[in-house]
Design a protein around this ligand. Structure first.
Ligand code: MG
Length: 221
């Protein structure tokens, strides 16, 4: 039995494509939106967990376009979330993610370690495991207080499982945020190298997408 620790975005779910699709359906002025997003990120301390919070981007966007009201902010944010979840739900069903988790769960322990705020991540995880059948625990960086690659979330996973690092397989798409910290603690790892980077030729299991995950895991399980 192995313990498999999943990143969420662009590991289990095609989040980046989902964000782009959701933004494209909001009729935003992207030059103003990008200014708003930059403003939020630069106003916060470096590495602040809330720097990904879309509600902050949309609030600043509405302020910059002189159209801020609570009603407009809630409307824009919930429309974004709904378009994003529609996209991710189809993606999860198309790639038969449920079947893979069900199969893996039979012989292994599964959990999630993800950056971003709890609200948005739970909306996404609700598509993947609404009844909490698959995951022993979910750790979001909002709960930890710091984002990956900080080691704290990885250490919390070890504490939760009460196991040693070599018993855990970290699966993630970010070399810097998922793989490097996992390796530094002695976890095994599988890098979903979505952008097909030719860097990092070290002893690493590297795959190009979710569809190759089951096969890659066979070398560890
Ligand atoms: Mg990711």
């Amino acid at each position: 039995m192995a313990r498999i620790l999943f990143d969420l975005d662009d590991t289990l779910l095609a989040s980046e494509d989902g964000y782009n699709e959701a933004y494209s359906q909001l009729n935003l002025d992207f030059s103003i939106f990008n200014t708003a997003k930059k403003h939020v990120k630069t106003s916060l301390p470096a590495g602040a967990v809330q720097s990904h919070n879309r509600w902050l981007y949309f609030k600043k966007y509405l302020e910059l376009t002189k159209s801020y009201s609570p009603e407009n902010l809630i409307s824009l944010s919930t429309k974004y979330e709904s378009k994003l979840l529609d996209y991710l739900s189809k993606d999860w069903s198309n790639k038969k993610g449920h079947d893979l988790l069900k199969k893996l769960k039979k012989k292994n322990s599964l959990a999630i370690l993800t950056n971003e705020n709890l609200r948005l991540q739970i909306l996404k995880i609700n598509l993947v495991d609404p009844k909490n059948e698959f995951f022993d625990f979910t750790i979001t960086s909002e709960e930890v207080g710091v984002e990956k690659p900080n080691l704290r979330g990885f250490q919390m996973a070890l504490e939760n499982w009460n196991c040693s690092a070599e018993d855990v397989i970290m699966i993630g798409d970010s070399y810097e945020n998922d793989i490097l910290p996992a390796k530094s603690l002695g976890f095994k790892s599988i890098w979903i190298n979505l952008k097909n980077s030719s860097d990092h030729h070290d002893q690493l299991i590297k795959i190009s997408g979710f569809n190759e995950l089951e096969k890659a895991l066979e070398s560890y399980l």
